[in-house]
Design a protein. Structure first.
Length: 291
């Protein structure tokens, strides 16, 4: 049994021993101040801390002068590590599970461990805190009464479009994680498959360069052609806006009897897609011989 301690601004606190069982502990998503007192107590008082990246977690623990027995629990080594952690739990030890940032299991490892720990009769304790999905939803300005978290979409365009189609009928704000180099393509695909819905891009939450941009998917796709940092994408529920395939059909119809500028204005009025985007699209449809 470990009696640990932690230090905040030079003041030392005794943590006591963590209760036996698996503690699923949320850690900050950027700002180190976003760790909870219970998280610090649990991490300092646990017999072992199972971490996705022991060096990364080691730095977080060092910021609070916590000494811990760190064991690795990442996607690759999980199958080998799980029995060892379950054995510790069976022996009455306390193990804290953390990921690199935010809440374990939320697009992070831990699901099988929690399931098998429960199945084995071990106690599983929640030590909640930050999660980028919830932080983003809380500041996005999009409807928050119902939301659907879908994590990362497939990296390749075909898989991504299929996944978006499966999400298209859900009457809730969609919450997605995305890598910066795929953001623009993902937003453009979302506009094409879901219709040009209102959306938000929440970047670097709780960090120095935190920003939240809101707009139509197509406009955000253009605005974020080159971007860095950590990103949550939120897409408003369906509002009856036409998917891009329908927009193309409407543009072609309009181009049969008017110029690109007038066609763009008319279809913008009908669909809510920005006129500038439609004008460019109308010109390329004309080039393809569509108008
Ligand atoms: N378990 C974490 C949680 O609860 O938020 C998420 C882990 S997932 C592997 C990492 C992704 O979360 C990033 O690629 C990004 O999409 C999102 N994310 C994490 N920190 C963020 C932040 N500070 N601002 C915006 N998005 C963030």
């Amino acid at each position: 049994m470990k009696l640990g301690s932690f230090v905040i601004d030079g003041a030392t606190f005794n943590a006591g021993a963590a209760a036996p069982g698996l503690h699923v502990v949320a850690t900050p998503i950027g700002n180190l101040g976003d760790v909870t007192l219970r998280a610090l107590k649990t991490l300092a008082g646990a017999d072992a801390v199972a971490a996705e990246d022991t060096r990364h977690t080691g730095r977080m623990l060092a910021a609070y002068s916590i000494t811990a027995t760190l064991i690795r629990y990442d996607e690759h080594g999980a199958a080998d590590q799980r029995p060892k952690i379950l054995e510790r739990l069976e022996n009455g030890q306390s193990v804290a599970l953390v990921s690199d940032a935010g809440t374990p299991l939320i697009s992070d490892p831990g699901y099988r461990l929690v399931r098998e720990a429960r199945d084995s009769g071990a106690l599983v304790h929640a030590v909640p805190g930050a999660s980028a999905a919830i932080a983003a939803l809380s500041v996005s300005g999009l409807p928050s009464d119902a939301f659907h978290f879908a994590g990362f979409l497939p990296a390749k365009a075909a898989g991504r479009r299929t996944a978006l189609e499966a999400l298209s009928g859900i009457k809730a704000t969609l919450v997605l994680y995305e890598a910066p180099h795929r953001l623009s393509a993902m937003l453009a695909d979302a506009a094409a498959v879901l219709g040009d819905r209102e959306a938000a891009v929440a970047r670097e939450l709780t960090k120095r360069f935190e920003t939240v941009a809101r707009g139509r998917l197509s406009a955000l796709a253009e605005a974020f052609e080159s971007v860095k940092g950590e990103i949550v994408v939120l897409v408003a529920p369906p509002s009856g806006l036409a998917p891009i395939a329908d927009v193309d059909a409407a543009l072609r119809d309009a181009l049969a009897s008017m110029g690109a500028s007038q066609a763009a204005a008319m279809v913008a009025e009908a669909t809510g897609v920005p006129r500038k985007t439609l004008y460019r699209r109308a010109l390329s449809l004309k080039d393809d011989g569509g108008g």
